[in-house]
Write a protein that binds this ligand. Structure first.
Ligand SMILES: Cc1cc2nc3c(=O)[nH]c(=O)nc-3n(C[C@H](O)[C@H](O)[C@H](O)COP(=O)(O)OP(=O)(O)OC[C@H]3O[C@@H](n4cnc5c(N)ncnc54)[C@H](O)[C@@H]3O)c2cc1C
Length: 387
């Protein structure tokens, strides 16, 4: 049963829902109910401690916090301290391991050269020169940016596995650029603020949701309570947009992920937190070895936890992870958005599922803070579209 005077409902206890609930409770002093169909808070950022090894694992794949947005950094730092962790990603191709993003180290290893930084852009331009005209698909676009050999080694197989299609069947505009670095910097992110929550994501989310005016009910889906929500209640909805309409216009397409987690009898199994597999013949896209995300915690025992990540097309009932950004899906999304505005003015949809967009954590926080500002402005009588 829902309280008859419920004014604010948040659907989804992930980052987007958490920021809105926290702001409504702390800044407006209003009660808010949060529901989530999973049995835990934190959404896809959720972490847990593996009971056998004591190693903190990320349930839905490695999450590294990074941002260049000052208000986001200031906001999240209220709920956790961050370690100075800098993320590195390696990729394996034909039995050799290269650093990503593609830069001087990867190029020189791959071609057996000793290029200098000032030679890289001319070299890549010559490699890409064979392609001509407007790229018609992702393959042509990638080849025009980095040349065929690097494309075939580092992009082709990974893309086939990640999207379940040939790069020739994917639109060119899925990628706008493929950064090639002209130095030996192998930091995966270049944002000024990066790190891991010192005590883990679970502790960070506990603090975000810990407020006497916030009630959280897990194991509860929106459909279970939709008919019971008072008409005057404002709903902040971070669940799938098409689900809200019973898929009336058809389902939006998503990629799903499956993680196979193993405890291995090694102190260190792969030497890094994330190891991509670039070749199509290896069925997983990447493997996560979680203890490397917290070097400050020391060796953490003689065993390790590794999760291999497999990508697949979402079927009914699967968890959606990545929106498939094709023109058809974008057009369907716009139709659902138009129906939302016309038929459900008390529902604000956002976050990665409600917005049908891939959002990094910092963009998610920024979007939620923007939505909250609109809510506050509307309460003081100002007009404003939801951010
Ligand atoms: C594999 C992977 C790795 C990533 N790594 C990074 C990274 O390193 N750095 C980074 O910045 N970002 C990363 N991200 C992005 C990050 O996960 C998102 O920014 C963040 O999770 C978005 O938060 P959200 O609240 O919008 O969505 P979510 O975290 O998905 O939360 C939505 C919640 O809604 C709930 N829900 C769904 N349907 C219903 C329903 N019908 N009723 C009730 N509840 C429902 C879900 O159970 C979920 O808990 C990664 C994403 C993926 C997929």
């Amino acid at each position: 049963m829902l309280p008859r005077d419920l004014k604010y409902l948040v659907v989804g206890a992930g980052l987007w829902g958490g920021v809105l609930a926290e702001r409504i409770a702390s800044a407006l002093g209003e009660r808010v109910l949060v529901i989530d169909r999973r049995t835990h808070i934190g959404g896809n950022c959720h972490s847990f401690v593996d009971p056998d090894t004591g190693i903190e694992c990320h349930a839905y794949g490695t999450h590294v916090f990074h941002t260049a947005i000052p208000r986001v950094w200031e906001y999240v730092s209220r709920f956790t301290r961050f370690t100075p962790y800098r993320h590195k990603v390696l990729t394996e191709h034909r039995g050799r391991v290269y650093p990503l993003p593609v830069g001087l180290a990867a190029i020189n290893m791959f071609y057996g050269l000793n290029l200098r930084p000032y030679e890289v852009s001319d070299f890549i331009r010559r490699e890409a020169a064979a392609s001509a005209g407007d790229p018609a698909d992702l393959e042509e676009k990638a080849v025009s940016l980095i040349g065929r050999p690097l494309y075939e080694a580092f992009v082709k197989g990974y893309t086939q596995k990640q999207w379940g299609r040939e790069p020739r069947e994917l639109p060119a505009d899925i990628i706008s650029r493929l950064p090639v670095r002209a130095d030996y910097n192998t930091d995966y992110f270049s944002d000024p603020w990066q790190g891991m929550p010192k005590q883990g994501y679970a502790a960070m989310f506990d603090r975000l949701f810990r407020h006497p005016l916030i009630e959280v009910r897990t194991g509860l889906a929106y459909a279970d309570i939709a008919g019971d929500v008072p008409p005057a209640c404002t709903i902040f909805y971070s669940a799938p947009l098409d689900e809200l309409f019973g898929y009336a216009l058809g389902p939006l397409e998503w990629r799903g992920l499956r993680f196979e987690r193993d405890i291995l009898p090694y102190r260190d199994a792969q030497g890094t937190a994330v190891l991509n597999q670039a070749d199509a013949e290896i069925p997983w896209t990447r493997a996560h070895e979680f203890k490397h995300l917290h070097p400050e915690r020391g060796p953490q025992g003689t065993r390790t936890v590794v999760a291999r990540e497999y990508s697949h097309a979402c079927q009914g009932g699967d968890d959606p992870y990545y929106p498939v950004n094709t023109p058809q899906n974008q057009s369907l999304q716009s139709k659902y958005r138009a129906r939302l505005a016309a038929e459900m003015p008390n529902i604000v949809a956002g976050g990665r599922l409600g917005g049908y967009r891939y959002l990094d954590m910092d963009k998610t926080v920024d979007e939620a803070l923007g939505v909250f500002e609109t809510l506050r402005a509307r309460k003081t009588g100002e007009d404003g579209a939801w951010a």
